[in-house]
Ligand binder design. Structure first.
Ligand code: ARG
Length: 469
């Protein structure tokens, strides 16, 4: 095996020996780059055509190659082929089986004018382009679920929290839509990312550009890119588009983990705001009564690995000199893992949220707990001409009084009110309900029913305007 290109690899001529067992074991990537086969087949087909244009391949050779590639594509889709022990990577595998199919002369011509460096940089982009569409579809579905649930919540009210303490009442619909908007921004992140990165590194060769004058523009178009990257050193060695993609997947995880955390808390007996459908919950092996929110917990937990995939890649990319370095092979597993993770987690979250029961009576019964109408009373005093600083002070004293008496604000008698301040007249009872409280928040983005309806119409309109191919 010395002095020649060995089976399943694409180099060898200058070596006095074949690779050691340890070298081979470390170098091998077929166990993960196998999923890039469809992109290698597409690019190889485009490349073969470009070589024919340059007179490197005859029309008959091209035909033989196209038919072999089609057969390999079918076998791959059917799952009837697998990489061999000897294959270093997906590219070496493809050359080996093409040679088996069409002979060494034709099969061995395809490496002309390209390198694994420009190939792999291209394939990871194609993979991310396809899977980002799948992720985007489920994001749209999730937003639709939140829209539907918010519609069904009507004007029902729940406690709104800051610092996880009761703060002010809000519409349940407002709360649900608050989880839709971050998902909308992730859709727009994907669209921005796709626009910025839809250029092809193919034709960059190993680093300096392909030397055979192949039509890289034509290949880029055939692969669905809008053009070729302007600098071959950059094209073959930059991976910011991968880091950016991993950031988006991580942000989606983080946004879903916030929903997940709330579901874990709000399904507990202490809250009882939400009950999960049986088909989206799990039981305990020991405690017969248990009904656990495992989907929410796994979403929360798996967000950790999404963050890890992003930070791991950033660490790999830091301070890499131009141009291609083998370190860059480490970009693929985090991408594959983050995609697999989201494609598992997102449909489960969508189903859980669509099917869970919102216990409106329970939420509403707590909406004015914790003195959550205090700000409304202060605002009322401001409307009566009291400076806010004084109003804040007066209502603070009223809260302290009620707390010492074990009363909620609306339970205070006229005497209780008068004992705190002469500004606290019975007229302020008009603002002392959850309904009145939400109705007052009528500015843009506020929780007043008309604003929430407007907001829902807006997000629905934005979702319907998206292309969903
Ligand atoms: N498996 C490699 C990667 O993912 C392909 C490129 C290999 N290039 C090389 N010069 N060894 O980056």
């Amino acid at each position: 095996m010395s002095g020649q290109t060995h089976e399943g690899a694409l180099w060898g001529g200058r070596f006095g020996s074949g690779p050691s067992f340890e070298m081979q074991r470390l170098s091998k990537s077929t166990h993960f780059d196998w999923r890039l086969v469809p992109y290698d087949l597409d690019a190889t087909k485009a490349h073969a055509r470009a070589l024919k244009e340059r007179g490197v391949l005859t029309a008959a050779s091209l035909k033989a190659l196209e038919s072999a590639l089609a057969t390999i594509g079918k076998d791959f889709a059917a799952g009837t082929i697998a990489p061999g022990e000897q294959d270093e990577d997906v590219h070496g595998w493809l050359e080996r089986i093409l040679i088996d199919a069409v002979g060494a002369e034709i099969g061995g011509s395809l490496r002309a004018g390209r390198s694994r460096n420009d190939q792999i940089a291209t394939f990871i982009r194609l993979y991310m382009r396809d899977t980002s569409r799948a992720i985007r579809h489920i994001l749209i579905e999730l937003v639709r679920v939140f829209i539907a649930r918010s519609e069904e919540a009507g004007e029902r009210i729940m406690p709104g929290r800051t610092h996880f303490q009761h703060a002010q009442p809000v519409l349940v619909a407002h709360y649900l839509l608050a989880h839709a908007w971050p998902l909308m921004r992730n859709i727009s992140r994907i669209d921005d990312w796709a626009k910025r990165n839809n250029v092809s590194p193919y034709g960059g060769g190993a680093l300096a550009g392909g030397g055979l004058g192949i039509d890289a523009e034509g290949i880029a178009r055939e692969l669905g890119f809008q053009g070729v990257m302007e600098n071959s050193l950059d094209g073959t060695s930059s991976r910011d588009c991968v880091a950016e993609f991993l950031y988006i997947t991580t942000q989606i995880g983080i946004d879903l983990s916030r929903v997940a955390e709330e579901i874990v808390i709000l399904t507990s007996a202490e809250f009882g705001y939400i009950s999960l459908h049986d088909s989206y919950a799990t039981g305990s092996s020991m405690m017969p009564q248990k009904k656990n929110p495992d989907i929410a917990e796994l979403t929360r937990g798996k967000t950790g690995r999404l963050i890890g995939n992003l930070t791991g890649l950033l660490a790999t990319l830091k301070a890499l000199p131009l141009a291609y370095n083998r370190d860059l092979q480490e970009d693929k597993e985090p991408v594959f893992d983050s995609v697999d993770t989201l494609l598992l987690v997102m449909p489960a979250m969508a189903g859980m949220i669509a099917s869970m029961t919102l216990n409106y009576d329970r939420m509403e019964s707590q909406a004015t707990k914790g003195f959550s109408l205090a700000t409304d009373v202060a605002d009322f005093l401001v409307e009566q001409g009291v400076p806010f600083r004084d109003a804040h002070e007066i209502v603070g004293r009223l809260v302290a009084h009620c707390e010492s008496q074990g009363l909620e604000l609306h339970e205070a008698s006229d005497e209780d009110l008068a004992s705190v301040s002469s500004h606290l007249t019975p007229a302020l009872r008009s603002v002392m309900s959850a309904e009145a409280s939400v109705a007052r928040k009528a500015g843009v983005g506020g929780t007043a029913p008309a604003q929430v309806a407007r907001q829902r119409a807006r997000v629905a309109e934005l979702i319907e305007a998206l292309d969903t191919d």
